[in-house]
Design a protein around this ligand. Structure first.
Ligand code: 5AD
Length: 370
C-alpha cells in the first residue's frame, strides 16, 4: 500500500497484518497525516465528538510485584508507601461529580493486603454516595475477588497485557511464586463476569520489535476490548529497564522507539482495528510531550482522558515513571485546561457514564440469542 513514493490518496481501513507493519514503519509526514486523519474520522463516526472524562484515583502505591518497568515495584525500597482511607477516596470521587465526570478509576499497585471485603465496601459506598460508574485497576486478582467486586457494583476493569510477546512479558513481569494464570486468561474471565474490559500496551519496551507491536494491534482486535490504553514506555531509574538499553537493536532498526510519534501511530491503528472502543489519550503520552501529547492523542483516534484526582501529597508518590504529567496541577486548573483544549479542537466534554458501545452490542447479542 505504501510502496509507491507518493502518498496514498486513501487509507484502507480493513487493515491486514502487512498494512499494519507498513504503517508502523512509515515515517513520511504526508502519509502519516492521512493515517491520523482517517483514524480521527473513524473515531468521530463510531464514538462521536464527546471526550469521556474518567477521574483517576491512585489510592495505594503498595505493590507485591517486581515488574522491570514500574517504579512501584516491591524492590524499590526508597519509596514511601501509602494507602488512602475510604473517606479520602470518597472525597476524590466527589470531585469527579463536581467536575461532571461520569466515572472514576480506582487504581493501585497489586497488593493482596487490599482485601476483597475492603474493596467491596468501598465500591458500595462510591455507588451509593456518588452514582459514578466505577473502573477498577488493581492488577491480577483471584476470580472470586473480581466476581465479588462486580456484584458490589464495579463496572469496568483495566489490566494491560503490556506486550503480546510472551517471552518479553515474562522477562519484564516476573511471576509470583506458585501457580499463576496469564493476563490473557484473566481478561477472558473479566469478560465472562460481565465487566467492560480494558487492556493495552506500552510502546517501545526495550526488546519490543515491530512484529511484536503488529501482534499487539492484532490482539486488540481478537480480544474484543472495550477500552485500549496505549502509552510510550518511560524509563524509571529505580527499575531494571530504567538503565538498560540495547543500542545495537536500535541501530539495527529492530527496536520499536518509545516516541510520541510511534505511540500516535499505534493509537491510530488501534482505532482503525477497534473502531468502537474507548481509547484514552494517555498520561504517559502527555508526560513525554507535555505541550502537545494530550491533544495529539485526541487528534489521532482517542476519545477519553483520565484526569488525575489523587490528592497531591499522594500523587507524587505514585511514581510508576518519573515526572508524570499533571502532577503539579490542581484538579480545577487541570479541568480548565481541558475545557480550553476541547474548545480548540472542536470536541465536547462527555456526559453520562460513557459506557462502551461494544458492551451494548454484546448485551444486544445475548438478548437476541435468548
Ligand atoms: N512507562 C510507561 N508506562 C508504564 N506503566 C508502568 N510503568 C510504566 C513505565 N515505566 C504502565 C503499565 C501499567 C500501567 C498502569 O502503567 O502499562 O499497566
Amino acid at each position: 500500500m505504501l510502496s509507491s513514493p507518493s502518498p496514498p490518496a486513501t487509507v484502507a481501513t480493513a487493515l491486514s497484518r502487512s498494512d499494519i507493519l507498513q504503517w508502523l514503519a512509515e515515517e513520511r509526514p504526508e502519509p502519516l497525516k492521512l493515517l491520523f486523519r482517517t483514524a480521527d474520522r473513524i473515531r468521530r463516526e463510531h464514538v462521536g465528538d464527546q471526550v469521556h472524562l474518567r477521574g483517576l484515583i491512585e489510592f495505594s502505591n503498595r505493590c507485591s510485584r517486581s515488574c522491570g518497568y514500574c517504579g512501584l515495584r516491591v524492590a524499590n525500597r526508597g519509596m514511601e508507601r501509602y494507602c488512602m482511607t475510604p473517606d479520602e477516596i470518597l472525597a476524590s470521587a466527589r470531585l469527579a461529580v463536581q467536575f461532571g465526570y461520569g466515572s472514576v478509576v480506582l487504581q493501585s499497585g497489586e497488593d493482596h493486603a487490599i482485601t476483597r471485603g475492603w474493596v467491596k465496601a468501598l465500591i458500595s459506598r462510591i455507588r451509593q454516595e456518588t452514582g459514578l460508574a466505577i473502573t477498577l485497576s488493581l492488577g491480577e486478582r483471584h476470580r472470586d475477588d473480581l466476581a465479588a467486586w462486580k456484584e458490589a457494583g464495579a463496572d469496568r476493569y483495566l489490566l494491560r497485557f503490556e506486550t503480546s510477546n510472551e517471552t518479553l512479558f515474562n522477562r519484564i513481569h516476573p511471576p509470583l511464586p506458585g501457580p499463576s494464570g496469564s493476563r490473557m486468561a484473566l481478561l477472558a474471565t473479566l469478560h465472562g463476569l460481565g465487566y467492560e474490559v480494558g487492556s493495552g500496551i506500552m510502546v517501545g519496551i526495550p526488546g519490543q520489535s515491530f512484529e511484536d507491536l503488529a501482534n499487539d494491534i492484532e490482539t486488540f482486535r481478537t480480544l474484543d476490548l472495550d477500552m485500549i490504553g496505549i502509552g510510550p514506555f518511560l524509563p524509571h531509574p529505580a527499575t531494571p529497564l530504567g538503565t538498560r538499553s540495547s543500542p545495537a537493536a536500535a541501530a539495527a532498526g529492530a527496536q520499536v522507539p518509545n516516541t510520541g510519534l510511534m505511540t500516535c501511530k499505534t493509537l491510530a491503528l488501534a482505532r482503525m482495528v477497534c473502531p468502537d472502543a474507548n481509547i484514552p489519550s494517555t498520561t504517559a503520552l502527555a508526560t513525554l510531550q507535555p505541550d502537545s501529547g494530550r491533544e495529539q492523542g485526541l487528534l489521532c483516534g482517542a476519545n477519553v482522558i483520565m484526569p488525575n484526582l489523587t490528592p497531591h501529597r499522594y500523587r507524587r508518590l505514585y511514581e510508576i515513571y518519573p515526572d508524570k504529567a499533571c502532577c503539579g496541577e490542581e484538579p480545577l486548573l487541570c479541568q480548565q485546561q481541558l475545557q480550553e483544549l476541547f474548545r480548540k479542537i472542536g470536541r465536547i466534554p462527555g456526559s453520562g457514564r460513557g459506557d462502551s458501545p461494544n458492551l451494548e452490542r454484546r448485551r444486544a447479542a445475548v438478548q437476541t440469542a435468548a
